[in-house]
Design a binder for this molecule. Structure first.
Ligand SMILES: *Cc1c(COP(=O)(O)O)cnc(C)c1O
Length: 360
């Protein structure tokens, strides 16, 4: 078997062209005589790779001036702590919207640093929807408002960007960054672990409004202060050079494929087909309210859970892999990030139909 269609939630598929380019450049990056892995992070070659990656990301997301782009370690999970460490600025509390497993982790971590106000929670309904703007109980004294635009496990995506007035909006875009255009100017801080829609695990992107830098209290360790990284071009210490390079190849691939509006078109179509197939069958189902359904992570269950193992085994036989749902949800989950070609979704749909025909 050659390459499979990998529906993993993360680390997730990377565009084949990107992998091929990395392969071609593996032993000798453009006449340097060495692999990117072997280069000094302060050398001319790597600095050019890092700068191009940032520039391409700025172009793709139309990041306004007045925002810093940081490439950090510790994944999105380190951001759960770095955000309160850096943004409280003497305030006692921060507001969080609770829409699922990742919100809860962020909330738990923030609780180590401040009072957490729950601006809204969809927990009682089983996290099957994103709260509407009118349901948010926002504290004007909060240091910031945090939310998770796309809950990777529950498959719940906000269909809007919350309006938080003058309180900075902070968002965990780990599983939906780059999937469609976004108005960055609405945010104080955006962060995302790379391994879903950016590149390999090991790096996280933080886009932060400059006025939010330099607010960490005295005594904050240098590595956990955004300002340290902003002032040093994310090279205070040795950054994860290879993931940064591959992320840059992904940004380049996105640009050559029409950027985020082109991605949005394909992603919207992929998700629509999959949800339509689920909704029109009596065999598969998805519990999420229509307007809050994720474009990136599509959980679904079979009418007979005893068929789950057979579904996964037969799908794998067709080259459709990593469809098992998160252990907390069960059933299946198809993660269909930018790197999942539409043919992958078509192949999954054909398989689902055939499986239902035989077992429904
Ligand atoms: C995967 C994920 C995380 C955790 O990312 P790490 O890089 O493993 O720390 C956090 N938030 C969301 C929304 C995710 O999908």
């Amino acid at each position: 078997m050659g390459r499979v269609f990998n529906f993993s939630a993360g680390p997730a598929a990377i565009p084949q062209e990107v992998l091929e380019r990395a392969q071609n450049e593996m032993l000798d990056w453009r006449g340097s005589g060495m692999s990117v892995m072997e280069m000094s992070h302060r050398g001319r070659e790597f600095v050019s790779i890092a700068e191009k990656a940032e520039q391409d990301l700025r172009e793709l997301m139309e990041i306004p001036s007045g925002y810093k782009v940081l490439f950090l370690q510790g994944g999105a999970s380190a951001q759960f702590a770095m955000i309160p460490m850096n943004l409280l600025a003497g305030k006692k509390s921060a507001d969080y919207i609770n829409t699922g497993a990742w919100s809860k982790k962020a909330i738990k971590e923030a609780g180590r640093f401040c009072e957490v106000g729950i601006a809204a929670s969809s927990e009682t309904g089983g996290f099957a929807r994103a709260p509407a703007q009118g349901e948010l109980r926002l504290n004007p004294e909060a240091a910031y408002v945090h939310y998770t635009p796309n809950e990777t496990i529950g498959g719940v995506e906000f269909p809007y960007v919350p309006d938080t007035g003058s309180v900075p909006l902070v968002a965990d875009f780990s599983s939906t960054i780059l999937s469609r255009p976004l108005d960055v100017s609405r945010f104080g801080l955006i962060y995302a672990g790379a391994q879903k829609n950016i590149g390999p695990a090991g790096i996280a992107v933080v886009i932060v409004r400059e006025d939010l830098l330099g607010r960490a209290p005295e005594g904050t360790p240098a590595m956990f202060d955004y300002k340290t990284h902003a002032d040093s071009g994310s090279m205070y210490n040795t950054p994860p050079t290879y993931p940064w390079y591959v992320a840059g190849l992904v940004f380049d691939w996105l640009k050559r494929n029409g950027g985020l509006s082109a991605m949005a078109e394909v992603n919207g179509r992929k998700a629509k087909k999959l949800y339509e197939a689920i909704d029109s069958s009596g065999f598969y189902s998805n519990p999420v309210e229509l307007v809050s359904r994720s474009w990136m992570n599509v959980p679904f269950t079979l009418a007979k859970p005893e068929l789950d193992a057979g579904f996964l085994r037969e799908a794998a036989g067709e080259g459709l892999v990593t469809l098992k749902g998160h252990r907390s949800v069960g059933g299946m989950r198809a993660s269909i990030y930018n790197a999942m070609p539409e043919e992958g979704v078509d192949a999954l749909l054909a398989f689902m139909k055939e499986f239902e025909r035989r077992n429904g």
